[in-house]
Design a binder for this molecule. Structure first.
Ligand SMILES: *Cc1c(COP(=O)(O)O)cnc(C)c1O
Length: 365
């Protein structure tokens, strides 16, 4: 616990840290939102107050992420996991192919859903290498008649991240950006669809952001349930039914915070510095700590590593917990350690963790 403000060193993988400034503002507004005499959660989603919150969140995301005019921004529910289903349900038909690049558990799950609707194929996979790396762009095979190519921009569990994306020409590129959206500038125009659950870099769980190119909406399958059609939500400004109003309010405030931090270039610079203090300790530890990801594929958002000796690793995690570091256990499917350093995790927390790791090594080497 950081005693000056009672905030833990929060390295949770998701849901994860939110900016303190945003939490404090929400706290201030929770009883009486801008003189309405009620919180944002208690008012109609058709009210002027809520509409302003909703529309300014969309506008802020458009501006911050430089989303071109020919894209829709949707606020949906069901998490990134429902997008694993909605993408193929809307864009894949029986017998039709789509290419999936497998870089971890989330891409495997996305592929599994696509099999319910069409004939997805593996465009590349780094499973053999325990998902330590992102494949070289030259290794990614796809076909001109694919419905789309699907990638996972940041692999939350394995700690790898794409540095550049494949050129797919007329085949739409679809990206699950759940764990690194808004961590760096991205050329949105390269993508047909970008989707992300909010609970890593954007806000609380409950909102899923979908950015979709408008011409794709016209090509979507029509004989599917209303709530699972992108066009339903695009046609109604994501107000077809009751949206997750509090989550969208929080998302808007997180976007405002990113803006105040100087936008995505500034955020990226900070993220590079934050990750570097921890990776430096790993790299200079003479094998006491070992990173899971190969250096060229390392994530700036999820730093995955092991302590050389298994008993010592248990001790490391226990002592870190006692020292106030939260969320350092690796995903239950892979074990080891993971520090998630999303946008809202302050540099000071990363520096404190780096110092703790150095100390631990000194004592136990
Ligand atoms: C967390 C995560 C998901 C799952 O998100 P839900 O919102 O829980 O469905 C999917 N993909 C990636 C890359 C993630 O990090």
């Amino acid at each position: 616990m950081n005693l000056t403000n009672q905030r833990a060193y929060n390295f949770n993988a998701g849901p994860s840290a939110l900016p303190l400034e945003v939490l404090e503002k929400a706290q201030q507004e929770i009883v009486n939102f801008q003189g309405a005499g009620m919180s944002i959660m208690e008012m109609s989603h058709r009210s002027a107050n809520y509409e302003e919150v909703h529309n300014s969140a969309i506008a802020r995301l458009r501006k911050l992420f430089s989303i071109p005019e020919n894209y829709e921004v949707l606020f949906l529910q069901g998490g990134a996991s429902l997008q694993f289903t909605m993408v193929p349900m809307n864009f894949l038909s029986e017998g039709q192919k789509a290419s999936y690049v497998l870089t971890g558990s989330w891409s495997e799950k996305a592929l599994k859903e696509a099999k319910l609707f069409g004939t997805p194929v593996e465009a590349a996979s780094t499973k053999e290498n325990k998902y330590r790396n992102i494949p070289a762009l030259s290794e990614i095979g796809f076909n001109a008649d694919d419905a789309y190519v699907h990638v996972t921009s940041n692999n939350t569990i394995y700690g790898t991240q794409w540095k550049e994306f494949p050129e797919t020409g007329d085949v739409p590129l679809v990206a699950d950006m759940s764990s690194d959206i808004l961590s760096r500038p991205v050329d949105v125009s390269k993508f047909g669809i970008i989707y992300a659950g909010a609970q890593k870099n954007l806000g609380p769980s409950g909102v899923t952001v979908v950015i979709i190119r408008k011409d794709l909406l016209e090509k979507a399958n029509t004989n599917i349930p209303t709530m699972l059609k992108y066009t339903t939500h695009a046609d109604s400004n994501s107000l077809y039914n009751t949206p997750p109003t509090f989550g969208i309010y929080m998302l808007g405030e997180v976007l405002r915070w990113v803006e105040e931090k100087g936008g995505l270039e500034a955020i990226e610079k900070q993220n590079v510095e934050k990750a570097k203090v921890i990776y430096d300790v790993i790299d200079n530890s003479n094998g006491f700590f070992t990173g899971h990801a190969t250096e060229d594929s390392r994530s700036l958002m999820n730093i995955t590593f092991r302590v050389a000796d298994e008993e010592l690793e248990k001790q490391f995690l226990a002592e870190a917990k006692a020292a106030g570091f939260v969320g350092l256990n690796g995903h239950r499917s892979v074990g080891g350690c993971r520090a998630s350093t999303y946008n809202a995790v302050p540099f000071e927390a990363c520096q404190a963790l780096a110092n703790f790791m150095l100390d631990f090594q000194r004592k136990h080497q």
